[in-house]
Design a protein around this ligand. Structure first.
Ligand code: C5P
Length: 309
């Protein structure tokens, strides 16, 4: 039995370029791994059983337990790559909001790769794991890497970024999720409506913000707060206008900055320190603008074995 812990992510910058011919958008995506995370446990199963899944946690009823689950797909992909049978039970201990813009499904996929690799004693080299992860989804490679990284392409071409110290965050979980493809489509629609166009030849290729990279390298939360940016935020707010109230409640409670996490609807708040994050989380939980609020910190490591390795 192998248990892997894997982080959720927040995008401290999500620069969205034009829509490509393959249906993805070119990104300048600065991923930041936070301690709020899931655990995936892989247990050996009888030959011929295939991949079975179970899930526990407050949102467990929203997690698909069929072959579409990214953890199941990861186990099958790894087994096929090595030509070994994909017989395993995967249990997901879920804390990351489902369809929340924090890459929870991608995190479980990354965790399943690492857990099955250890359970089946495959010793897959990290570059190969990263390639398999990119086949599973744009955000899966980062969940393997953790820390802070710039993702180019559709987000899968990663470069680790220098970062100092610890940053303190609060995540406000909304009622219900948002579909990532739907939020990207809404971003394109808003661009068309504004007359700028949404195609790869019309939208300039996004670049990482120099001020943001300096703030991360220097461990400066006030400077990071001023440099945060998410090009999907307008689209997420257009689909879910009530999120504005949540962002405002966090700012009123003293957060340095508020933004939608990835494609939303989870809202992320940067705090000055750990005590500040606790205060913002308490105020948000009492505000009636979200379902729950969690104080956490980062950056933290990517998917790693914590038990049984
Ligand atoms: O790669 P992943 O399966 O996580 O992407 C889910 C969906 O999000 C894609 O099918 C696409 O609609 C959208 N997406 C995008 N551009 C990206 C990443 C994701 O349009 N760079």
């Amino acid at each position: 039995m192998i248990t892997v812990r894997v982080p959720a992510k927040v995008n401290v910058q999500l620069g969205v370029g034009g829509l490509r011919a393959d249906g993805f958008h070119d990104l300048a995506n600065v991923f930041f791994a936070v301690a709020l995370g899931d655990q995936v446990t892989a247990t050996a199963a009888e030959p011929g059983t295939g991949v079975t899944l179970s899930c526990a946690g407050p949102d467990a009823d929203q997690v698909p337990l069929d072959g579409t689950n990214l953890a199941a797909r990861a186990a099958r992909l790894l087994a096929a790559h090595h030509g070994v049978p994909a017989d395993v039970h995967l249990h997901i201990d879920k804390s990351i909001p489902v369809a929340g813009g924090m890459a929870g499904g991608s995190a479980d996929g990354a965790a399943a790769l690492v857990a099955c690799d250890a359970l089946w004693a495959l010793a897959t080299p990290q570059p190969v794991l990263l390639e398999l992860a990119a086949e599973l989804g744009s955000d899966v490679p980062f969940a393997l890497l953790g820390g802070v990284a710039l993702g180019r392409g559709r987000g899968e071409l990663l470069e680790a970024l220098p970062v100092s110290g610890t940053f303190h965050w609060v995540f406000a979980v909304a009622e219900g999720g948002l579909s990532t493809p739907a939020v990207f489509r809404e971003c394109d629609r808003l661009r068309e409506q504004a007359g700028t166009g949404s195609g790869i030849d019309q939208v300039p290729t996004p670049d990482p913000s120099a001020a943001l990279l300096t703030a991360l390298a220097e461990g400066d939360p006030v400077a990071l707060a001023a440099a945060l940016g998410n090009d999907l935020q307008a689209a997420a707010l257009s689909l879910r206008p009530a999120l504005t109230g949540c962002l405002e409640a966090g700012l009123t409670a003293g957060a340095l900055a508020a933004l939608v996490s990835g494609s939303g609807p989870t809202c992320a708040f940067l705090a000055k320190d750990a005590a500040g994050a606790e205060a913002v989380a308490a105020a948000l939980a009492a505000s009636g603008t979200c379902r729950a609020a969690h104080a956490t910190h980062g950056p933290v490591a990517g998917a790693q074995v914590i038990d049984g390795g």
